[in-house]
Design a protein around this ligand. Structure first.
Ligand SMILES: Nc1ncnc2c1ncn2[C@@H]1O[C@H](COP(=O)(O)OP(=O)(O)OP(=O)(O)O)[C@@H](O)[C@H]1O
Length: 232
């Protein structure tokens, strides 16, 4: 078995206190591997989003350890954690905050330039990624000129541009129609396989099940089941 790229050990996250105490993650331990797309399922309020935010360095757990690419992320100082996340982690959320004034091409080029890329190289990467997500013909369109599904694909292309080895997605297809939902599911799966990424994806969407290497179900902040569906 390969080494795990994300390791959570005995992680606890609570909200509130006394009568209103909620245990969103209850001594949860987990190992996640590169080149795999793992789905997280479970009832509303079971702790799925909290899992992503604790493993992704967005929300500090009360106790336990989280190692990402061998580094104990919650032992880092805030600025270091921000840098680590920016360098290695990609996030896909339902609303992705594209800039209204930028074209699809610019949405990808500008962050790459900000991270130090030369314009010509950034522009070539942006064009290749827009092709990969099926939007080469939309490179000069702004968000208002595209559908929700197309904008979601631009956001995924932007996320993939920095070649993250760790990708967290929270309900990435829930607002999409069937065709766009399939495209996004396929893109996340391909990112795991082609770019050797670890993809952890929270979803209620059964369309994603066929793309999964592994399926976790969470109940009451604990892992209830952990299965690997047989490949067709
Ligand atoms: N910031 C917060 N403050 C207080 N309680 C919170 C907060 N965030 C989450 N919770 C609570 O923690 C529990 C787990 O929430 P979480 O969002 O992780 O669940 P989920 O499985 O992602 O739910 P859903 O499927 O509805 O998105 C819930 O009971 C929720 O109400």
């Amino acid at each position: 078995m390969k080494n795990a790229v994300v390791v959570a050990k005995d992680v606890v996250k609570t909200f509130g206190q006394g009568d209103t105490l909620i245990t969103a993650m209850d001594h949860l331990s987990l190992e996640l591997y590169s080149s795999e797309m793992t789905l997280v399922k479970g009832p509303s309020g079971s702790g799925k989003s909290t899992l992503i935010s604790s493993l992704g360095g967005l929300q500090r757990p009360n106790s336990g350890e989280v190692h990402v690419l061998g580094e104990a992320i919650w032992s880092k100082k805030e600025g270091e954690l921000d840098d680590f996340r920016a360098k290695h982690c990609g996030f896909v959320f339902q609303s992705m905050g594209l800039f209204a004034s930028l074209t699809a091409h610019e949405q990808i080029v500008l962050p790459l330039q900000y991270m130090g890329s030369d314009f010509k190289i950034a522009s070539k990467i942006a064009d290749e990624l827009l092709e990969e997500v099926g939007l080469g013909h939309r490179r000069n369109n702004r968000p208002a000129q595209m559908s929700g599904g197309e904008n979601q694909r631009v956001a995924i292309a932007r996320m993939l541009a920095k070649e993250p080895k760790i990708i967290f997605a929270d309900e990435p297809t829930s607002a999409l129609d069937s065709k766009n939902g399939q495209i996004v599911a396929d893109l996340l799966h391909r990112s795991a396989k082609l770019h050797d990424a670890m993809v952890l994806c929270v979803t209620h969407d059964d369309r994603l099940t066929g793309h999964a290497d592994r399926i976790l179900t969470i109940e009451d902040g604990k892992i209830f089941s952990d299965t690997r569906p047989a490949k067709q």
